[in-house]
Design a protein around this ligand. Sequence first.
Ligand SMILES: *Cc1c(COP(=O)(O)O)cnc(C)c1O
Length: 234
Amino acid sequence: MSSHNVQSSDDAIDPVANLASITAEIESALKEANRAPGSVAITAVSKFHEAARIRPALEAGHKVFGENRVQEAMAKWPALKADFPGVELRLIGPLQTNKVKEAVATFDVIESLDRPKLARALAAEMEKQGRRLKLYIQVNTGEEPQKAGIPPAEVPAFYAQCRDEFGLDIDGLMCIPPAEDDPAPHFALLAKMAKNLGLAGLSMGMSGDYLLAAQLGATHVRIGTAIFGARPVP
Ligand SMILES: *Cc1c(COP(=O)(O)O)cnc(C)c1O
């Protein structure tokens, strides 16, 4: 569990200070786990927050951000990206095939690849736009019927299809464990699956469990609340 304090008063939130303290916590977790320093990137999840709240983190040099809605990202990020070159924007929410065009134009990484129809549409659109995004397969480690993601047993075949049939660059795996479960076995399963497939990227861990995820092999932790404070209601 994170020892990080999420401040409740909106004005008291300092995303830059939060990023610094979270980075320090992660680095000591990495050291304890005998992992290399700097081997976890923080995806600062800025969904529902307006550009003015995101800018200080960009000004401080943070480069990796996550959004979960294509429409919202299209409204906020083209201007921010123009001002801050080198940003990597990651889509961490579900993607409908009718938004693939906008998603390919707006994002650099898509973490929610979860079905063949989407893989096919992404391959065609990336070819059209001449942009090659990095992709993560979302794995439904809890096999929850209502949750997106490929069931663990089907991941090897889906990965092979993405690579061989659609020619996609699959960088890694992503999971969102069931809210009521201990996340540790889910993180361990995802890490084991990625290792078996020879995939380097592991996106796992959020505000409540990023240190555990860092210990268990995450390369990207997706942190919103602990950086930016509670999200405004959209
Ligand atoms: C919103 C979101 C996060 C960030 O959640 P926090 O608990 O605020 O850190 C991480 N991952 C996904 C997929 C999300 O949608």
